[in-house]
Design a protein. Structure first.
Length: 293
């Protein structure tokens, strides 16, 4: 019998008190989870409500459930299939993920491992851009892309990601790179590896948790982005799901809330699947990435 079990037998009230605190703790956590999930539950429930119940029926469950809202959502908006909007969102999000993963990892390796003149001031300047509001650089960026003839294309939404413009992810990877033992670089140099081969064969595999964290947040932020896409995209056939939702509200004299909520639920599915597929890597450390042994 363990020491805790002997204590519980000797002092019966102590075991009961500990069990009671455990029940209260789990109940409190459950209540917090339900509060946090309530908006999602309400969204899914409302997507099954008929049009006359969306605003009049304040109950969580629909009085007369219907799947017609999803039928209208799948039929598309403004004569364009919903799959076209899904494809546009996926293309932009995938391009942004690839751009951030490639450019931020290279920049992080340069700042974290390589020695060059002005590295400290350049790194500080890069970090300071985190505090710069997006709206400050919006007009200059728009003018540049307009001069290049790239407005109303996907390039303004993807191309900046290949230039390591997200300083947060660069900083994240730099801290990760600095935590790796420098003996790995020295061993690779002894084996005849240059800076690029050292990055490709030694540093990059160990960066996997940071790379996947960057990919997850980049995908979610890009998929949900509305403002930037509204600025650069003018053709409805190139709109993404957030812009398509706005069209659903404005295309008729009265807002079609039911189909809009149904499309919102469909827009959440890829994010949920993407997060569930990779969320375990968010807490994975260096010790699980090949440094042990």
């Amino acid at each position: 019998m363990s020491a805790e079990a002997r204590i519980a037998v000797a002092v019966p009230g102590r075991g009961v008190g500990r069990a009671g605190r455990s029940v209260l703790w789990h109940a409190a956590v459950l209540v917090v989870v339900l509060v946090l999930l309530y908006p999602v539950i309400w969204l899914v429930s409302t997507s099954f409500k008929p049009a006359d119940e969306v605003l009049s029926n304040l109950a969580l469950l629909p009085g007369h459930a219907t799947s017609g809202n999803y039928g209208q959502a799948f039929s598309g908006v403004a004569g364009i299939s919903i799959w076209r909007y899904f494809g546009n969102s996926l293309a932009i999000s995938a391009g942004a993920v690839i751009g951030n993963v490639v450019s931020c990892s290279l920049a992080a390796y340069a700042f974290g491992r390589m020695h060059f003149r002005g590295r400290g001031p350049l790194f500080g300047f890069m970090i300071s851009t985190i505090m710069l509001p997006q709206h400050v650089v919006l007009i200059p960026q728009y003018i540049v892309f307009q001069k290049l003839g790239l407005v109303n294309t996907f390039w303004p939404l993807i191309l900046p990601k290949f230039l390591a413009t997200d300083a947060f992810f660069v900083f994240l990877m730099v801290q990760f790179v600095r935590g790796l033992p420098r003996e790995l670089d020295e061993t690779a140099t002894v084996d005849g590896c240059g800076p690029f081969r050292t990055f490709w064969y030694v540093i990059l595999p160990l960066l996997r948790p940071a790379l996947i964290t960057t990919a997850i947040f980049t995908f979610i932020w890009t998929w949900n982005d509305f403002f930037t896409q509204l600025i650069y995209l003018n053709d409805p056939s190139k709109f993404t799901l957030p812009l398509a939702l706005q069209i659903f509200v404005d295309q008729t004299s009265k807002s079609s809330f039911g189909p809009m909520f149904a499309m919102s639920v469909l827009a959440l599915v890829p994010i949920g699947l993407f997060f569930l597929a990779f969320q375990r890597f968010l807490v994975e450390g260096v010790s699980t990435s090949g440094l042990k042994g």
